[in-house]
Unconditional design. Structure first.
Length: 569
């Protein structure tokens, strides 16, 4: 009889009705069940062991390039089933970046689907420090609806997990080793906090080499027995049509589409959806509004980058009252903080409270002392800013082969209960009237408000500290601005000065009908921000601010590109 190791993810999948839908390919309509997953993971695990030619795979890194599909799910889980470390690669990356990841991770095996065979060949042809075994992933389209015959084995697994590389927005990408136990804790934390159920139908439009797409939108719903519908790459019109499909009065003869109940994406996707809604036919508009209304779309989440208030407001108006839920996380810890399910707990600018299983604290950026609950304001009545530090079972194990970086990012706990991970993100914490009153026990007390990365988003000018994210939020509230990034530039007078890089909307005009400029910006912000927070410089870009796949901006690279005259300063 076939077997699988007794890991929580496999126990969860095996506990579901084997005929229940697990993964759907949105375009083709092909459906795969929880029973299919078990059967195909067993088959794929056998193929992996054949590729290894009998040598032990426990703890080895297995890299893979597979499109967002059922095959990705089977490939990821089959790697976990060999006690190996799954390393998902982004096919969109250029060969030199993929070679860096393969070299840094010391990958033992490189798997690729037929679609990405040529890309894999290109990566390998120039040679690697430790050339991995190359193998193609077999397409698994012959689903079996009957209950699979298998047994759990009591194998001692402790070396498997996943390795994701940081986005590299502040330094060279590092391999983050997430043990299987951390992935399980992250997924179970979200299932509890966001109430995933087998009734949920999640529309997945995210890349699958980031924590957001892999844990939040794949592993967590699999734990809960939800249905995941793959629709990648993101296309605004196609997404609107899919959200609208169950509610169209005139439906084609194609298969019935279930309503989408769960949608988690980045702010840029919400912005794109909002900007293209008016282009849809009236019938699709009406159906799409019904599709995203609170009674149908149970939960809409925004993350991976700060959510502009105008975007949140516009989505609520369009959806007839659906409020976007904000949360905070990173590659090293999965999700750490989240607003609650109750609408009163989705406070503008806040990322909520520590999630289940997560311990969080603030450490004063000036004194290095822990900010206790109730001590969020200093003797002068000023809010105390602190670095967010985290610990618990959701935290990563190490930066791969980088002991120095690992040690520098952890600090001993005074209570002897383990080390704290220093996130490098600065926040304030405060009570919000009306929030924290729901039945969710973890969503209580003062809420966290992110001020930004200590390395790039906290600007020290003339003895004052400025949150770049706060200024960006206000810039984006102006009707003339479509995109904004706030950065620090060197200043002989102030140490640093605040500068804004923006993209204007097509109809943006300044005083007297002239091009909207720095003085127009300063006048518009005069009643919104104290003077030292208002940007002294303004740069206008024509073609958008460069972002990575998750909507993040590499501000160090952006400064070099937009202000080349500062090179070397």
């Amino acid at each position: 009889m076939s077997s699988l190791p007794r890991l929580p993810i496999f126990e969860a999948i095996a506990s579901r009705d084997p005929k229940a839908p697990a993964v759907i390919h949105s375009v083709s309509g092909r459906r795969f069940t929880y029973g299919d997953i078990i059967q195909h993971v067993i088959e794929a695990r056998t193929e992996l062991e054949k590729t290894a030619k009998g040598s032990r795979l426990s703890g080895e890194r297995i890299a893979f390039m597979v499109e967002n599909s059922y095959d990705y799910v089977v490939t990821l889980l089959s790697i976990l089933a060999t006690d190996s470390i799954a390393l998902p690669l982004a096919p969109s990356f250029p060969p030199n970046e993929l070679r860096y990841i393969l070299n840094n991770s010391e990958a033992r095996i490189l798997l690729a689907s037929d679609r990405y065979k040529s890309k894999a060949d290109e990566v390998l042809k120039e040679g690697l420090d430790n050339t991995p075994v190359f193998s193609l992933v077999e397409k698994r389209l012959k689903g079996k609806a009957e209950e699979p015959k298998f047994e759990f084995t009591e194998e001692s697994f402790s070396n498997g997990g996943m390795m994701l590389f940081t986005s590299g927005t502040t330094s060279r990408p590092k391999g983050v080793l997430l043990p299987e136990s951390a992935l399980t804790a992250q997924a179970k934390s979200l299932v509890e906090a966001w109430s995933y159920t087998p009734s949920d139908h999640l529309l997945h439009v995210l890349p699958l080499h980031h924590i957001h797409g892999t844990v939040n939108a794949l592993i967590a719903p699999l734990f809960a027995g939800s249905t995941i519908e793959m629709m990648f790459p993101f296309n605004a019109n196609a997404t609107w049509e899919r959200l609208a499909a169950p509610f169209l009065a005139s439906k084609d003869s194609g298969p019935e589409k279930e309503k989408v109940t769960f949608f988690t994406v980045v702010p840029t996707i919400y912005n794109r959806l909002l900007s293209t809604f008016g282009e849809l036919p009236e019938e699709v508009q009406a159906a799409a509004k019904q599709g995203i209304s609170p009674e149908n779309l149970r939960l809409n989440i925004s993350g991976s980058a700060a959510l502009p208030t105008p975007t949140k407001t516009a989505w609520t108006e369009l959806s007839n009252g659906n409020v976007l839920l904000e949360r905070y996380g990173m590659t090293e810890v999965g999700m750490a903080l989240s607003c609650g399910l109750d609408k009163n707990d989705r406070v503008d600018g806040s990322v909520g409270w520590p999630l289940p299983f997560v311990q969080a604290r603030l450490v004063d950026t000036e004194t290095g002392k822990i900010i206790p609950l109730g001590g969020e304001v200093d003797a002068n009545g000023k809010e105390r800013e602190g670095e967010i530090q985290l610990r618990g079972p959701t935290v990563f194990k190490e930066y791969w082969k980088n002991e120095k970086a690992t040690q520098s990012e952890f600090v001993d706990g005074e209570d002897g209960n383990g080390k704290w991970f220093k996130t490098g993100d600065v926040a304030i914490r405060k009570e919000v009237p009306g929030a924290g009153k729901s039945a969710q026990e973890w969503a209580k007390g003062p809420m966290y408000f992110i001020r930004g990365r200590s390395s790039v988003d906290i600007i020290k000018t003339g003895g004052e500290k400025v949150s770049a994210l706060e200024v960006e939020r206000e810039l984006l509230s102006l009707p003339q601005i479509a995109e904004a990034a706030v950065v620090a530039l060197p200043s002989e007078q102030w140490g640093q000065k605040v500068a804004a890089i923006v993209v204007l909307k097509p109809d943006a005009t300044g005083k007297g009908g002239k091009t909207w400029g720095v003085m127009d910006m300063r006048r518009a912000l005069k009643d919104k921000l104290v003077n030292y927070k208002i940007p002294q410089e303004l740069k206008v870009l024509e073609n958008g601010i460069p972002r990575n796949a998750m909507g993040k901006i590499n501000k160090k690279s952006l400064i070099k590109e937009v202000f080349p005259e500062l090179e070397g300063q």
